[in-house]
Design a protein around this ligand. Structure first.
Ligand SMILES: C[S@@+](CC[C@H](N)C(=O)[O-])C[C@H]1O[C@@H](n2cnc3c(N)ncnc32)[C@H](O)[C@@H]1O
Length: 279
């Protein structure tokens, strides 16, 4: 807890000192225009071993978190509703959440008509999602599903007020400008639309935090053993450290214009589900 508070305070102090035109990349300060490329390199590098990365980082628990995220969201067109739902999953390259939402909508609500835009800034991650769709025999060349290379901060090709549900899972902490991403989520949602985010967060239990701090130290070493990729795993640990805590992120969601912002911490705050409604 103490170690993490020190890191958090250091992050705030460093943020205050950041010069115009610079931003964080893990623990480094880099020119803002370079961050997108550096993050791109990380995910291009892990794309083909993406499940390994998630399993190493979360000891496999990410699958339970994602299932809980989708169950809680309870997505799908209701029988008494006329129109299909328009979903968008941002930073969704792997397809885990997008396909999970469509599977759930069909199984729980008999919804086979709603549409999904799977959006990611990284073409390699999107290719990985498409490869999985092909391999699993679902959502490949499906007219309901579009894979689009787009920056979540701007979503240039997504119309304003066009989506019913916006999801982002383990993606938004990598944005150069997180507030711009939230403002854009607000822009693309219809009035009444729901923002739903799954992201690493701040651990609330001191004992668990202590265990996590030790784990975070060995993670890059694990990354180099299982994926021959120390640097990407080091970046991922540092990006988690830098991400705002539950209350701060909730404030950012409200600042974007969302009402009824709230969150649920999972596994002692290792990650959290955040939400908000566009009124
Ligand atoms: C850890 S992966 C998460 C993938 C997936 N959502 C999941 O939960 O398995 C993070 C993703 O964020 C994407 N990403 C990073 N910055 C982005 C941005 N500015 N706009 C859109 N996607 C971004 C990366 O390319 C990568 O695919």
């Amino acid at each position: 807890m103490l170690a993490r508070s020190i890191v958090s305070r250091r992050s705030i102090a460093t943020s205050a000192r950041l010069l115009n035109g610079t931003t964080h990349f893990g623990s480094k300060t880099v020119p803002t225009e370079q961050k997108e490329k550096l993050v791109g390199n990380v995910f291009s590098s892990v794309a083909s071993k993406y499940d390994v990365m998630n399993d190493v980082m979360s000891l496999g628990i990410h699958r339970l978190w994602k299932d809980h995220f989708i169950n809680k969201l309870d997505p799908g067109k209701r029988a008494n509703s006329r129109d299909p739902m328009q979903f968008i999953d941002v930073a969704g390259g792997s397809g885990d959440i997008a396909f999970g939402i469509l599977d759930y909508a069909k199984a729980k609500h008999g919804d086979t008509v709603s549409t999904m835009d799977v959006v990611d800034i990284n073409a390699d991650m999107l290719k990985e999602g498409e490869r999985r769709a092909l391999e699993q025999g679902r959502y490949h060349r499906d007219p309901r599903v579009r894979f689009m290379v787009q920056n979540g901060e701007t979503l240039d090709e997504i119309e304003s007020n066009s989506k019913d549900v916006y999801t982002v899972s383990f993606g938004i902490r990598n944005f150069t400008n997180i507030q711009a991403g939230l403002n854009t989520a607000y822009r693309v949602l219809k009035p009444g639309g729901l923002f739903y985010c799954l992201e690493f967060s701040k651990i609330e239990n001191p004992l668990l935090d202590c265990v996590y701090q030790q784990w975070a130290k060995v993670l890059p070493v694990m990354g180099s053993i299982v994926a021959n990729d120390y640097d990407s795993y080091q970046y991922l640990v540092e990006s988690i450290e830098r991400f705002p805590d539950q209350e701060s992120f909730k404030s950012m969601i409200s600042k974007a214009g969302f009402q009824s912002a709230g969150y649920e911490s999972l596994t002692g705050g290792i990650c959290a589900i955040h939400w908000g409604v566009k009124v």
